[in-house]
Unconditional design. Sequence first.
Length: 131
Amino acid sequence: MLVRHDAVKALIVKDGKALLLWDPNYIYKDKWEPPGGRKKPGESDSDALLRETKEETGIEIRILRHINDWKVELPERNMLIAGKTYLCEALTADVKLNDKERQHTKFRWIPLEEAKHLYIVPWLKEAINKL
């Protein structure tokens, strides 16, 4: 039985563009993804979104609404990631990637229509299509 980990992702949209991060170490390898990550025990979705976004990008956000739920099974790591994506807006604009773990090596504000055609995970494509 896989061990469940709850995660949240912040689809930050500004002027018709989404903030996406390049993660060369992502479980699917070399994908664009929104900021976010696993929740700590007892942490709410909103607290986790605010913390993860600040840690990964240095920006403050406002959470607008829930977009979708998704699951990713990683049998090789004995993990099931149960995630939620939230639509958010940036309250500050100066993105500074946290480079401690080299988790994300670059970022882009990508037009939503263009983002649909990038190499992204299915749950993110679904979230963008729901906007």
